[in-house]
Design a protein around this ligand. Structure first.
Ligand code: FAD
Length: 294
């Protein structure tokens, strides 16, 4: 197949790109094309071609919440750069491109004397990825700071969704796969530099103390209220269990770590064992927070 995006200005196309290079798990086979998109005009053209040629596609941010199959993805992966990584502020509203990193937003907001997003400190990834599944921590989530988003559909139609229309839930929204978040309006509030710094530092220290380093996608399973997935896994005596190079962290039961050469199949097998054990011992069926891409 000849690269269908070759004539579009504002994209870089990587053919047969290994997705392990684009995920925090460092796992995943090749995609037919990874298209780096730098402008709105280019994104429209890319989606137009995808629609006309009926190609499968998927958008990723920093790939910190996805597990890509060992066989890879037989379609197009879209990654947003350029205009999608910029930010503007008007009053208390921060207009963020969806490809902007959370880290960048926090640093910028702090520099301007704005807080309200400190709960996100230490969550890797982009604003788009964080909104799609309502990322959160310390009892707060994106739902509390997002005013609205601008999206583009697979039919190349642009629209705005308000906070209510996004229908934020626990680690989920009503934004369908295939809909690309272009940008987001976030409402932050004036706060003393020292208070912002202290909260960010405390949150990062808490994470460092409780969460492992190493290749992972963060918490693998969702909490099932009132239960905490990591505690259920720990109570079942599963910490340290491994399949191939995939291991349940000894520090945090809900983190599956790639020790270096884990395959997606190892992670999936380990996840299956966890689900079975927790169901048998605790009577609770865990659900994946991490998205499987195959
Ligand atoms: C060490 C570690 C700690 C973590 N801690 C937390 C935590 O405390 N809380 C938490 O909620 N998560 C946590 N995560 C998970 C992850 O970082 C977040 O979910 C993050 O918001 C995902 O962003 P991303 O850009 O990497 O998204 P990806 O992993 O690239 O994508 C996630 C989903 O978002 C979609 N998506 C991405 N960008 C767009 C876009 N522009 N438009 C439409 N859809 C899009 C993808 O299609 C996919 O469905 C952690 C992960 C790691 C590795």
């Amino acid at each position: 197949m000849i690269n269908p995006f070759r004539s579009i200005v504002g994209v870089d196309v990587l053919a047969n790109e290994l997705l392990s290079r684009h995920t925090s798990f460092h796992i995943g086979g090749k995609t037919r094309y990874l298209v780096k998109v730098y402008s709105h005009r280019a994104l429209k053209k890319v989606l137009d071609i995808i629609r006309k040629q009926r190609i499968r596609y998927y958008v990723i941010g920093s790939g910190t919440n996805v597990l890509v199959s060992d066989k890879g993805f037989p379609g197009v992966i879209i990654k947003l750069y350029g205009i999608f990584r910029t930010m503007k502020k008007r009053g208390d509203i921060f207009y963020c491109g969806s490809g902007l990193s959370i880290e960048h937003l926090l640093q910028k907001a702090k520099g301007l004397g704005y807080g309200g997003a400190e709960f996100l400190a230490g969550i890797p990834g982009t604003i788009g990825g964080a909104i799609k599944d309502n990322a959160g921590a310390f009892g707060k989530s994106m739902a509390e700071i997002v005013i609205g988003v601008t999206v583009i559909t697979d039919r190349v139609i642009i629209s705005r969704l308000s906070n209510r229309e996004i229908r934020f839930g626990y680690r989920q929204t009503k934004i369908k796969d295939g809909v690309v978040i272009l940008s987001a309006e976030l409402k932050l509030t004036r706060r003393k530099h020292w208070d912002i710094t202290t909260e960010i530092r405390n949150n990062l220290a808490y994470r460092k103390q409780r969460q492992p380093t190493g290749y992972s996608a963060g918490s693998y399973f969702k909490n099932i209220k009132p239960y905490v997935a990591g505690k259920l896994i720990e109570d079942c005596g599963l910490k340290g269990l491994s399949v191939g190079d995939a291991e349940i962290s000894r520090k945090h039961g809900n983190f599956i770590i790639n020790r270096g050469h884990a395959k997606a199949s190892d992670v999936l097998e380990l996840a299956k064992i966890i689900k079975k054990k927790v169901k048998n011992i605790k009577g609770i069926m865990l659900k994946e927070e991490v998205k499987l891409l195959n």
